[in-house]
Design a protein around this ligand. Structure first.
Ligand SMILES: O=P(O)(O)OC[C@H]1O[C@](O)(COP(=O)(O)O)[C@@H](O)[C@@H]1O
Ligand SMILES: [Mg+2]
Ligand SMILES: [Mg+2]
Length: 338
């Protein structure tokens, strides 16, 4: 007999307090959770079931797809298309909106996801994850078009991620704080283990891919240089640095012990505003971070306020401990001479 609250119990109890809730959202989330359990199983079995390695195909961003990028995308689709809660889906791994097959009923929500985040880590057995976001369809029960998905992050109904690490966890917000659940494989249920996760306002730990340093803009150069100066520099304390190359793992660390994560705008390719994807990565993670008391900015504006213009748009990301994000954002508005 397990002790503790299951994810299903938790969602049903949370939805009880919402006037007019029909159970559609609860059922949709249940399907997302089933997909995540299936992905967890595939990632965990790895080479035993032949899912490691790359394919010859590229996604819309021109990135070589891993076998698991495609398998996990398919798992998300198959588990969520059938039940009649969705008007459409969009994924990092699909060029266009996924239309629900006509044999299935349509619903009032949109599901957006990065089926496997950090997939460059999958072959080396380092943590990867799944990120998802749920929006309301502007017109319920009608096949969603691309424009229907282009809603700013503040409109998200729910955002979550699964982390396939030393244990599998699911971290979730519906706009009432952030809660973390750990998969108990013996009973196949996610159990509430991390109630009301809060990001400490201060930190001495930063995460950035330093190999891009020559491309960073002046505010980020200044921030990192000052961190590296440590105790004797203007920040008057020694900083630690981490880079996992798996956003889910970085955000999870920040939710657990604080920190700042940056994939800032750089000058490498002026046509791209950053590396991370607004719809599939930045918005869901920013919703979670804000709900845990942290902040998320492009350096110039709150990420959740960015009006999307494209399904696969990229955006600069600076998120984590509130006071530290404020420092970096402050440098973005400081006069150039500084
Ligand atoms: O290769 P880099 O510059 O270290 O990039 C790492 C970043 O790219 C990502 O892996 C992109 O995610 P995908 O694996 O879904 O493409 C982020 O998770 C991570 O923060
Ligand atoms: Mg990703
Ligand atoms: Mg991915």
């Amino acid at each position: 007999m397990h002790s503790g609250t299951t994810l299903t119990q938790f969602i049903i109890e949370e939805q009880r307090h919402i006037a007019g809730a029909t159970g559609d959202f609860t059922a949709l989330l249940n399907d997302v959770v089933t997909a995540i359990k299936t992905i967890s199983n595939a990632v965990n079995k790895g080479a035993l079931i032949g899912v490691m390695g790359s394919l010859d195909t590229e996604n819309v961003q021109g990135e070589t797809q891993k076998k698991l990028d495609v398998i996990t995308n398919d798992i998300m689709i198959r588990n969520n298309e059938w039940a009649g809660h969705l008007a459409g889906m969009a994924s990092e791994e699909m060029d266009n909106v996924y239309s629900i097959p006509t044999k299935y009923p349509l619903g009032k929500y949109l599901l957006v996801f990065d089926p496997l985040d950090g997939s460059s880590n999958v072959d080396i057995n380092i943590s990867v994850g799944t990120i998802f976001s749920i929006l309301r369809a502007p017109v319920p029960n009608r096949a969603a078009a691309k424009e229907d998905f282009l809603q700013p992050g503040v409109k998200q109904v729910c955002a979550g991620y699964a982390l396939y690490g030393s244990s599998t966890m699911l971290v979730l917000t519906t706009g009432h704080g952030v809660n973390g659940f750990t998969l108990d494989r013996d009973i196949g249920e996610f159990i509430l283990t991390h109630e009301d996760m809060r990001i400490p306002a201060d930190t001495k730990e930063f995460a950035i891919n330093a190999s891009n340093q020559r491309f960073w803009e002046a505010p980020v150069q200044r921030y990192v240089a000052e961190c590296l100066e440590g105790k004797t520099g203007p920040r008057e304390r020694d900083f630690n640095m981490r880079w996992i190359a798996s956003m889910v793992a970085e955000v999870h660390r920040i939710l657990t012990r604080g920190g700042i994560f940056m994939y800032p705008r750089d000058t490498r390719d002026p046509s791209k505003a950053g590396k991370l994807r607004l719809m599939y990565e930045a918005n869901p993670m920013s919703f979670i971070v804000e709900q845990a008391g942290g902040k998320a900015s492009t350096g110039y504006e709150r990420i959740l306020d960015v009006e999307p213009t494209d399904l696969h748009q990229r955006v600069p990301v600076i998120l984590g401990s509130k006071n530290e994000v404020d420092v970096v954002v402050g440098y973005h508005s400081a006069p150039k001479a500084e």
